[in-house]
Ligand binder design. Sequence first.
Ligand code: SF4
Length: 132
Amino acid sequence: MLATVFGLNPEKKRDIPKEGELFKIIQLFGKTFEIRYGFYEERDRHTPYAEPIAIYPDFEKEPLHTDDGTPFVTEMQAPCSCFNGKMDMNSVCGDCSYYRRGDELLGTCACPKNKKDVGRATEPIPSSCLKT
Ligand code: SF4
């Protein structure tokens, strides 16, 4: 009764995405990312109630930069040594002040030290990045 009042339909099943199905095409700084559903790890597939999730590129394994040398990062990427913010064991790039959100969980890293030298002058490296 209440479900009907609030317009909910308990009979209706939620659509579970299929592996390989397109989640979204993201265009960011001249690059196109085709994000599809899947599993990051083979063992995830065998976990009870496992559902395919949107799989983002692994920029730690395969770095990718914008034309001006700015690295792409994902919000959930493990932080690098330049992390700027309050670090704890769960910190990710998305918690870092250098993270620039793009679309969904894709973004870029604004840390001058991480910028790839593409033959242009870059900003001075902040002291927080000059760790030894
Ligand atoms: S400096 Fe860039 S790569 Fe490093 S933690 Fe921050 S956002 Fe991530």
